[in-house]
Design a protein around this ligand. Sequence first.
Ligand code: CO
Ligand code: CO
Length: 321
Amino acid sequence: MRHLPEREYDPNLLVGLDTSDDAGVYKLTEDLAMIQTVDFFTPIVDDPYMFGQIAAANSLSDVYAMGGRPTTVMNIVGFPIAVLGHDVLAEILKGAADKVKESGAVLVGGHSIDDAEPKFGLSVTGLVHPSKVFKNVGAKPGDALVLTKQIGVGIQTTAIKKDKLTPEQLQLVSDTMAELNKTAAECLEGFSPNAVTDVTGFGLLGHAAEMAKGTGNITIHVNFDDVPLLPGTKELAKEGIVPGGSKANHRWIKEDVKYGDHLEQWQQHILCDAVTSGGLLVSMPKEEAEEYIKRLHDKGRQHASIVGRVTELNDKPIMAN
Ligand code: CO
Ligand code: CO
């Protein structure tokens, strides 16, 4: 994106390319702004209906991460129809449509092309009040850091390909990815979060580093033992079942992170593990964070946890212990 020509200044563009935030936000009127985002990827599970649900939940997530409500979506499809047939595609589209319905948004169209490798996702448009947009920067010393879903998704989906997951583990990682961030976003109503993003490809520490560096002059402290993990993640990581993307994250953010001496490489890899359709990462005042966690637990989001805290800048933007 940095190779694009510098945009012309438009005062209505509230969030654009320059902040690596989750989605673009454009002000339409004094009390209404439009959120736009798009995402698509290749299948990460074999079940086409589940893949459709996951791809939709992932695409919708960036609207929730900006504090918005998704309103309309369009399907983006690349598919080898002659090889895989209409039934498989129909299942993908049905999975997505069911998630879109759950979100309250409406499918208005889409576009498909013939493609050797299947790809699917959504473009999503949402609405938000211009003064209630969540940004991925603005965390304040004294904040607690909340994560609303378990991590370990990259490690577990890699284990699928090596036939190392039990059916129960496969179901759990799939359900985790397919879970909308709708409840996590709605439970923030009435609180004043200072920074919000969703955890995806850069992993927990990668997205935390964006938050810390984008904010400036703060350190985000993450406690490994407090981070909710999908069951079996530790064992898989110890065995070295870690996707290339997660190792790349680990390398890319090395300069920004200080790891505690006791954190072994497999633990560092878990903290950097690339996520598909992860939870919200919220920096908010500590007392609010505790209330927020209670609300989430009451709504059945029992894995939501306080995973760290924010201080003034202390050596590195991220300290993991
Ligand atoms: Co995002
Ligand atoms: Co995204």
